[in-house]
Design a binder for this molecule. Structure first.
Ligand SMILES: [Zn+2]
Length: 128
């Protein structure tokens, strides 16, 4: 993966303008603080919430992600032997609860990079 590529910024949750600063304050492994975002990029200073309420749109990305996981899991459980409906319900709920931090963060990162309207500036990505 090329350094400072769009894909790297997406996967690692980097600022859309400099692709150096982190969008979220803490790593996803700090489960009590996984949702705290930086208000401005710690590297270049761009506002990471372009307008008030911007991240309400990330809800639709999160919904699409949830439906995709639900369908894939449902098909996988069916192929594995079609057990009772409680196995479907229990497995899907357990996996979705486990994926809450991942879903929350990546829906916001994806939405910000795709619809945030912040253009990449390669000059800002050099280390200061
Ligand atoms: Zn930045």
């Amino acid at each position: 993966m090329r350094k400072n590529s769009y894909t790297e910024a997406l996967l690692r949750g980097k600022c859309p303008r400099c692709r150096e600063g982190h969008i979220f304050m803490y790593p996803i492994s700090r489960i009590s603080k996984f949702n705290i975002m930086n208000e401005i990029c710690p590297h270049c200073g761009v506002r990471l919430e372009p307008e008030p309420g911007f991240f309400q749109g990330a809800m639709y990305v999160g919904y699409a992600f949830t439906v995709a996981v639900l369908v894939i899991l449902g098909i996988a459980i069916y192929v594995a032997g079609d057990p009772s409906e409680w196995v479907y319900i229990g497995t899907i709920i357990a996996v979705m609860v486990f994926l809450v931090p991942f879903n929350y963060r990546y829906s916001r990162i994806f939405y910000l990079l795709l619809f945030g309207g912040i253009k990449y500036n390669p000059q800002l990505s050099q280390t200061k």
